[in-house]
Design a protein around this ligand. Structure first.
Ligand code: SER
Length: 337
């Protein structure tokens, strides 16, 4: 069987690290990873790792000249809180690098006469609810509702979704002959919690930060109100969702952008879970009104029935008990050493 060449950007980030573990297990995959940072020691040797900036045109042309990719997982991005502090940087990293990679994938689809699969992590940040009253009363949000983001991160993710669809469906639509186009697929992720890594620069970070602080016996000051509620999933389910969407045949896909979720938690739910798992954990609430206002525009629940219908999506860690099981199994071990 010929080897499949996979490009993973943002490889040193949280999802990137988790994905390398499973992608590197497949003997038929040759994995090329890119990040501004080196990979942590436990991932060294699992991929051909290139340290570099995706905005560097020379880096992109050398990738294009050296490899023919069949699958691109483009994870590199500036997260929502960091993006608000430097919107222009977020625009460059989140959208310019995506366009450049979509172009690369388009050329490689044509060279190989085979659509390159382009997997893109989007986010609940593409949603923008007008006020708390609306957030509290609406049912779980579908992909086509409330897409009025109020953050640069959300705007850039929504733009990349639309552009990915454009490159898949309409690129060179005026040409005499229909070109071979890439195959773009995106997931709108909720907040993600990993037991092995801690997020930075996101606005859903209050959940994972609280759990990791409690596991380390450190007090935590939560930056949102106790009632602030958004959807979450644990890292193994985020990896599972990306893998399932990468593998499903295109005939089954009625969308190119899918919500995925596992459970919705308020900051108080995280506090309860943390204190149940780590009795005595000290958790206080000192809301940062501006960061909290961002989370208030994100839905409390999203509807992922399209993913369940088209590619049998179902999280393995569904609900509070399963989440607690995953967190407890691993997190305590991590900080005991
Ligand atoms: N976790 C992301 C953030 O908080 C949202 O997708 O920026």
């Amino acid at each position: 069987m010929p080897k499949k060449t996979v490009l993973l950007t943002g490889a040193s980030g949280e999802i990137g690290q988790a994905l390398i573990h499973s992608l590197a297990e497949d003997p038929n995959t040759s994995l090329v990873t890119v990040d501004l940072k080196p990979l942590p020691g436990n991932l060294k040797g699992k991929s051909i790792h290139i340290i570099g900036d995706l905005l560097d045109k020379e880096l992109l042309s050398s990738l294009e000249n050296q490899y023919q990719f069949q699958l691109i997982l483009h994870l590199a991005a500036v997260l929502s809180t960091t993006a608000e502090r430097d919107p222009l940087l977020a625009h460059k990293v989140n959208t310019c690098s995506t366009i450049d990679l979509l172009e690369l994938a388009t050329r490689q689809s044509q060279n190989q006469s085979l659509p390159v699969k382009f997997l893109f992590p989007s986010s609940i940040a593409v949603y923008g609810l007008p006020d708390l009253e609306t957030k509290q009363k609406i049912p779980p949000v579908h992909e086509y509702e409330w897409t009025n983001p109020t953050t640069m991160y959300g705007c850039s993710k929504l733009y990349c979704e639309k552009t990915g669809i454009y490159y898949s469906e309409y690129f060179q639509q005026l040409a005499d002959q229909e070109p071979i186009r890439l195959d773009f697929r995106a997931l709108r992720f909720p907040g993600i919690i990993s037991t092995f890594t801690i997020p930075s620069g996101g606005t859903s970070d209050f959940g994972p930060e609280m759990i990791h602080s409690a596991a380390q016996g450190k007090p935590y000051d939560c930056f949102v109100r106790p009632d602030v509620r958004i959807p979450f999933m644990v890292m193994p389910d985020a990896v599972l969702a990306l893998q399932m969407l990468a593998e499903v045949s295109s005939e089954k896909l009625q969308n190119r952008v899918y919500n995925v979720t596992s459970f919705s938690f308020s900051a108080q739910d995280f506090k309860d879970l943390a204190q149940k798992s780590f009795p005595g954990a000290e958790i206080n609430f000192t809301p940062d009104l501006k960061r909290q206002a961002i989370v208030d525009t994100w839905p409390a629940d999203i509807d992922d029935s399209a993913a369940r219908r088209d590619w049998n999506w179902k999280p393995r860690y569904d609900g509070q008990d399963a989440c607690q099981e995953y967190l407890l199994q691993n997190i305590s071990k991590q900080y005991k050493a």
